[in-house]
Design a protein around this ligand. Sequence first.
Ligand SMILES: Nc1nc2[nH]cnc2c(=O)[nH]1
Ligand SMILES: [Zn+2]
Length: 458
Amino acid sequence: MAARKAIYLGTFAHCKTLQELEICPNGAIGVDEMGVIAFVDRHVKDTSGLEFRPGWEDAEIVAASESSFFFPGFIDTHIHASQYPNAGIFGNSTLLDWLNIYTFPLEGSFTSLSKASRIYNRVVSRTLSHGTTTATYHATIHVPATNLLADICKQKGQRAFVGRVCMDRMSPDYYRDENPETAVRDSRACIEHVRSIDPKFELITPVITPRFAPSCSEASLRGLGELHEETGVPCQTHISENKSEVALVKELFPKAKSYTHVYDDCGLLTSKMILAHAVYLSEEERALIKTRDAKISHCPASNTALTSGAARIRDLLDRGITVGLGTDVSGGYSPSILEEARQAMLVSRHVAMQDGDGAKLSTEEVLYLATRGGARVVGLEDKIGGFEVGMDWDAQMVRLGTVSGDGQGDLDTGLVELFGGEDWSECVAKWLYTGDDRNTVAVWVKGRLVHQVATYRP
Ligand SMILES: Nc1nc2[nH]cnc2c(=O)[nH]1
Ligand SMILES: [Zn+2]
């Protein structure tokens, strides 16, 4: 809960639609004690006399400087919190050997709660510092460590979906569920823990997490599908990321019509399912995903790093399928959704070189995926992702660097350097393509200040 009402003054930018980025240079956004946006003024004439809003005379004033603006917090729809120490470590591996060489040994070590605490505290702080106000996490199979991740998100104020990973086959002996029943039982325990710390799932939501079809028996997928139906708790998994994985699923589920049908047959392909990657979906699978209204997390950095492939995002969007962005740390090397948005744009250019210019994603589109798209993926499109009355104040203040007449630039704002001739849409583009966490000077979730850089002064 925010300590007091606040008015955020200055430039704000947010995506109205996939194609339209609205930028208001003289804005004022009022946020009430609950962290909810009460008003949005697009053209404030005089910011010196703040009596322009009766009832808001006592509000805290948070003003963005001339080279700063407010932007909605980012939504990371797919990140493995437990893999954070491996960010950047993947060599030349591809998915199935990467799991065995790098990933299972690290995740398996989360029997140690002190290790889990060190890593989870770090990843939550780090993602917040990159403007991620909502993250959908995969944890590990361990109940105490997964519950700890939920506790840490709550304590640090990050909106989070926290998933206890289920895997009862094709996994090492030291890191697997004993049987389908324990996979369901332990998932239920994590759901109950979140219920105990956040009964209405206002900040933290549990998420049922079968790792992916190859590491789950049909019985465990069915059990998790039943748990999904019983509790209404959302689900997440991986799908069709890599060609060898797709072939393996065909071998392991010979009766299923497709990889997507494996999840559908077990009651997991619903509007509350987040499917990460979706690189090699057939026409029929894409149609089925659209029919079920399941959501897609696009993870371009990971898809490139693990040589998985290039997802056809334009095609998914044209079909009306909901898409957001996922860092997929540590398949992806960066915890930054800004970096992921850049990668989404770049990968779309490679797709365009094969499929034609229509595949290109624009600056506006990747920023939409990073915010409004992600909000729809996690089912919170009425609450987060933009600046509208009634939405929560999940936001970041972005500060850009300026170069003065003597050619000297700001040191603490990284590579984004304004020379004075840029209009606001060019400023936002410069931030997207050259910015980093040095530009994210303050971050709020539900009106609570959850991150600030040392030089930030409200
Ligand atoms: N990128 C990625 N793909 C997976 N498929 C199954 N597990 C994983 C994982 O941890 N990362
Ligand atoms: Zn993943």
